[in-house]
Design a protein. Structure first.
Length: 376
């Protein structure tokens, strides 16, 4: 059993720790431990300082589960806390890996979606998010891919890396389809509720949908390593609990205290994320208009990333490598199996986004000049 190289994390680990402008980041603005603690009550700060360093509950701290349940509009027993959305995906893909089973996934997608089930021997069937369809899902394509051996259909809204979203009506139709056929519908919603062009409701409102969320993206607290699965099916919840007992057992109890504080103050955190992302997206709108002779994009409807592409169709990795030398980090599209694209994050950089775009502008001028020289 082998996992293919995780190209995105290889790239990020090599460059993001000492780069001036990290526009490859897929998170929101940075929070410090002190800032999160200041949001809490005196009792919560005391609890953090006196928290014993022992195992927590495998399903998650009861206060944290209650806070997540409140946000998602479910009861606390529907919440399984996990170690980020990463562990949620490991659990779900592991449990779906039955002999002869197939899974239906989006393309492009976050590499973990496909790499995990492929390593477990599952058959993967992709539905495509196409430029000509503005990266929107095609329900008929998904339905045609499904058969009696389909165990899981995964959707990601807002989507990483394109920023497309799924409408409430599309979710309803897909939920009805999967429920009738006994297929598990998994909605990865780590960027919910960050939207730029009309909001969508969480799939947690649907009676037979499994929802993945975490603290890393919209809540921008990746260092907590906390996530959750919303699961209305009690039998599946028991399977998740059992799998977690084998994988990670529990989260760090002190991080769960911080997560509870953050979740109870989510309006403050999410407002900051939305403000930074909206401000930077306006700057990105102007930038893309000015460079539409070199770059094209489909404006993201939600989330914190965009997925532009080079009009000439060339591999964007050399351009991304050039920008690293200029102090700006983008994520090459070959990390998502679409080489002419690159992922650009606009939610992480609270100050300096305009300066970073100016450096990209200068790099594009050099690229254009070089192309003209080769043609001549």
């Amino acid at each position: 059993m082998q996992l293919k190289p995780f190209l995105l994390d290889i790239w990020l680990d090599e460059h993001e720790h000492d780069i001036e402008y990290n526009l490859a980041a897929s998170t929101g603005p940075l929070w410090t431990l002190q800032e999160i603690l200041q949001l809490g009550t005196e009792e919560e700060r005391r609890r953090f300082g006196t928290q014993g360093l022992a195992y927590s509950h495998a399903a998650g701290n009861e206060h944290l589960r209650a806070a997540i349940a409140e946000m998602q509009g479910v009861t606390p027993d529907c919440v399984q806390v996990v170690t980020g959305a990463s562990e949620a995906l490991v659990i779900l893909m592991w449990l779906a890996a039955e002999r002869g089973a197939n899974l239906i996934l989006p393309r492009p997608c976050f590499a973990t979606f496909s790499a995990l089930p492929q390593s477990l021997g599952s058959e993967i069937r992709f539905y495509n998010l196409r430029r000509e369809n503005r990266f929107c899902i095609d329900l008929s394509e998904i339905q045609k891919l499904a058969d009696a051996n389909t165990r899981l259909i995964l959707v990601n809204s807002p989507h990483n890396p394109t920023g497309t979203t799924i409408t409430d009506q599309e979710f309803d139709a897909l939920h009805d389809f999967t429920a009738q056929r006994g297929i598990q519908l998994v909605s990865d919603e780590v960027y919910h509720p960050v939207y730029h062009d009309g909001e969508s409701k969480s799939a947690a409102r649907l009676s037979q949908a499994t929802v993945i969320g975490d603290f890393s993206k919209a809540l921008s607290l990746a260092g907590l390593r906390l996530g959750w699965i919303i699961e209305p099916d009690s039998q599946r919840r028991q399977q998740y609990w059992n799998a977690r007992a084998y994988f990670t057992i529990t989260n760090a109890p002190s991080m769960e205290v911080l997560g509870t504080i953050a979740m109870r103050n989510r309006t403050t955190i999410l407002t900051r994320t939305q403000q930074v992302a909206s401000r930077n997206l306006r700057l990105l709108d102007e930038f893309m208009r000015e460079h539409d002779h070199l770059l094209q994009w489909i404006r993201p409807r939600g989330g914190l990333t965009a997925f532009p592409w080079m009009i000439n169709g060339e591999n964007a990795r050399p351009f991304c490598q050039r920008l690293v030398r200029e102090g700006v980090l983008l994520a090459p599209g070959d990390c998502f199996e679409m080489p002419s694209h690159f992922r650009l994050g606009f939610g992480n950089t609270e100050d300096g986004f305009a300066a970073a775009l100016e450096r990209i502008h200068e790099a594009l001028k050099k690229l254009l000049k070089g192309s003209e020289t080769r043609i001549a």
